[in-house]
Design a binder for this molecule. Structure first.
Ligand SMILES: [Zn+2]
Length: 121
């Protein structure tokens, strides 16, 4: 479950940062999710909500930015992939030119916290 482990990592990071800033409540969490990360936005968002219950991030507004994927293919193509199927460990990525799946992801494979804002509880 990649979406779950990503949500766990993000919530942990958000709470660590909130604690460091002595923040009682997290108002906004802006997350970037790569198109090729294998993370499903909807399940990520629902795990985020579940995991933040009872924490400082419980009522935070969650904003998700989808980062487009970039690949390099054996045919020489560099750019956005044509098709991205599936999720988790079965992600299949096709070249935008020759449809080969022998591609190397170059961007959009990761996730991170882009912005946080804190407030009083
Ligand atoms: Zn190709």
């Amino acid at each position: 479950m990649k979406s779950l482990s990503a949500a766990e990592a993000i919530v942990a990071e958000v709470l660590r940062t909130a604690e460091r800033h002595d923040a009682q409540a997290v108002k906004l969490v802006k997350v970037s999710l790569g198109e090729l990360s294998g993370i499903n936005i909807r399940s990520f968002a629902s795990w985020f909500r579940t995991l933040s219950i009872g924490s400082a991030a419980e009522n935070a507004q969650l904003v998700i930015d989808k980062e487009p994927g970039l690949i390099r293919c054996i045919c020489g193509y560099e750019g956005q992939p044509d098709n991205v199927f599936g999720e988790n460990d079965k992600l299949t990525i096709e070249c935008g030119k020759c449809k080969s799946t022998f591609v190397t992801p170059m961007a959009g494979t990761d996730y991170c916290v882009k912005e946080l804002s804190f407030g009083k509880a």
